[in-house]
Ligand binder design. Structure first.
Ligand code: GLU
Length: 333
């Protein structure tokens, strides 16, 4: 292997990309069955583009992603970013919460070195498994100069997405990832990226957040309440008793029943940070449209999905409890 090739660190966390079935056509499978060495062995072409340094950080289905794994992952990514011998970092991940890990890292890892998250919709043992091609593209992107300074990126199905914008939009099928509000960042073509846009918001080197701040504040607990017809107050009252922040996955423009809004207003008055987002999957939740956010003490989550608003509110609460300052976070990140 030529010494001149760049070093790319591959941190494996599990997921379908490492999943195994009983046979190549069955729908059932177990995520996180194969090791990082198995994944790399399936893509011998990697030896032509990078020297790989592989590490197994976890081996879970990403529905079981935890703050403990995030802590370990962020610390490891931070260390590798400071290692001058490493050109870029790839993280293999289950697809269910891939977008959450990517967004979290975009706010706590304050370096401009490429970090690329990748997964697969088909298990490693499936007919037409796309994991090997995705992994090849991820390594090719992580070693590329044009990937620098964009914060963590996601590569799936030859598309490149920014961490803030990407969402899993389908539970099955190869076209499961999209950036619904601002569009994909670019595409991988012949092993090289073609970028269409820059990130629209603050991330990585410009972020005011850090793992140290989170540890100091004890990882503020933020829950998500999903709005629906006839939503009652009691679930929100309970959430307010155990959480420092609540994200409303609201109907339409971040809305909910009068009973739910009254409960959220009580929570905000008691010092719980309340952010309104939308369950619709795209669009903007702006301040003071149908609700008087200033009077109710609410924060509008702009175009962040509920699951990403939860992460930003947690990080915001690690720095401040002031609703105006928290609102500013939602305008900036
Ligand atoms: N639930 C599993 C996970 O997120 C499988 C989904 C996938 O990786 O595609 O790890």
């Amino acid at each position: 292997m030529p010494d001149a090739l760049p070093v790319v660190a591959v941190l494996a966390t599990g997921g379908t990309i490492a999943g195994a079935q009983a046979d190549a056509t069955s729908a059932g499978y177990k995520a996180g069955s194969f090791s990082v060495d198995d994944l790399l062995a399936a893509v011998p072409q990697l030896a032509g583009i990078a020297r790989i340094r592989a590490e197994q950080v976890a081996n879970v289905g990403s529905q079981n992603m935890t703050h403990d794994v995030w802590r370990a992952l962020a610390a490891r990514v931070d260390a590798l970013c400071q290692d001058a011998s490493v050109a870029g970092i790839v993280i293999t991940h289950g697809t269910d919460t891939l977008e959450e890990t990517a967004y979290f890292l975009s706010l706590v890892v304050r370096h401009d070195k490429p970090v690329v998250l990748v997964g697969a919709m088909r298990p490693a043992t499936a007919l037409g498994a796309e994991g090997p091609a995705n992994l090849y593209n991820a390594v090719a992107l992580a070693r590329h100069a044009e990937a620098r300074g964009r914060g963590p990126l996601v590569v799936m199905n030859e598309d490149i997405h920014y961490a803030r914008e990407v969402q899993k939009i389908a539970s099955a099928g190869l076209c499961a990832f999209s950036s619904p509000n601002r569009g994909r960042a670019g595409v991988m073509h012949g092993g090289a990226p073609k970028f269409y846009s820059r990130n629209a918001t603050t991330h990585s080197t410009q972020s005011e957040f850090s793992l140290a701040l989170l540890e100091k504040s004890g990882w503020p607990r933020v829950g998500i309440v999903y709005a629906h017809a006839d939503l009652q107050a009691d679930v929100i009252d309970f959430m307010a008793s155990v959480c420092q922040g609540i994200v409303l996955a609201g109907v339409g423009d971040g809305n909910a029943t009068d009973a739910a809004i009254a409960a959220l207003t009580r929570a905000a008055a008691a010092g719980v940070a309340v952010a309104r987002s939308s369950r619709t999957g795209s669009g903007l939740v702006a301040r003071d449209v149908e609700l008087d956010d200033a009077a109710l003490g609410f924060i509008a989550a702009a175009d962040l999905s509920p699951q990403k608003a939860r992460i930003l509110l947690m990080l915001g609460l690690s720095a401040t409890r002031d609703p105006a300052a928290l609102q500013h976070c939602f305008e900036r990140y």
